[in-house]
Design a protein. Structure first.
Length: 235
């Protein structure tokens, strides 16, 4: 295939440097994806301390996932991410962190067997999704909501397979569930069946059962490879 010599004429040096930096982020991520079988990504607040009840639950979930042979993937930071990684790490499982440099909360937690640092949120989010076969969202702020709605949209629009999505902490997520029902569904902004994409739980065993049901893919396999069609390609 020949390359048009004028292809870069409409781009500035800054455009090219930015695109190159994006590519480097993805290159690091995809390289890491080929070193482990798809696991379970756990999202949640970086601001939750060790004495918080959700820290204890995330740690328990991480341990149970490791006991059942699932890699645990997080954003690699403190709080919920640390707790989930800690549970997996202390059991001796694969504990992976996809970290990012931020003005706050940027420190990598010490409970990782593998760690990658990203520059950009969007490339990090793609890797957090593609690395996994199930997703768990603990209480969190804007970042957690961003990651949650991204996964919901990708499943809703058929850009990724319908995988288990659990919102852990019923008392925290119930208002969000009511907002979806009372505003989004009643307002016809989404279809009623879209509410089935995710489910609320307080039970770690429910998460483990869902991950076990999906199974343990080979390292060489990825549920997203070849997913979608030419007119509606996957992520």
């Amino acid at each position: 295939m020949s390359i048009d010599p004028n292809i870069f004429k409409d781009y500035t040096i800054a455009d090219i440097e930015r695109a190159t930096a994006y590519g480097k982020d993805f290159e690091k991520g995809f390289k890491e994806l080929h070193t482990f079988a798809q696991g379970v990504t756990i999202f949640g607040s970086a601001r939750i301390g060790e004495d918080d009840k959700y820290y204890a639950k995330a740690r328990e979930v991480g341990q149970l996932l490791a006991q059942n042979g699932h890699a645990v993937i997080t954003g690699g930071g403190p709080g919920i991410m640390e707790a989930a990684n800690r549970g997996a790490y202390e059991y001796g499982g694969r504990s992976i962190g996809f970290n990012i440099v931020l003005p706050h909360e940027q420190n990598t937690n010490p409970y990782l067997t593998d760690s990658i640092e990203f520059k950009y949120f969007f490339s990090r989010k793609v890797m957090l999704v593609m690395a996994s076969k199930a997703y768990v969202f603990f209480p969190g702020g804007f970042g957690t909501l961003d990651e949650l709605t991204e996964v919901l949209v990708l499943i809703q629009e058929g850009k990724m397979p319908k995988m288990p999505v659990h919102l852990f902490g019923k008392s925290f997520w119930r208002p969000f569930e009511r907002y979806i029902a009372n505003q989004l569904v009643k307002g016809k902004f989404i279809a009623p069946h879209d509410t089935t994409i995710c489910r609320l739980t307080d039970d770690p065993a429910e998460i483990i059962a869902a991950a076990n049901k999906v199974g343990h893919p080979k390292i060489s396999d990825n549920y997203y490879d070849g997913f979608g069609t030419r007119d509606n390609p996957g992520i």
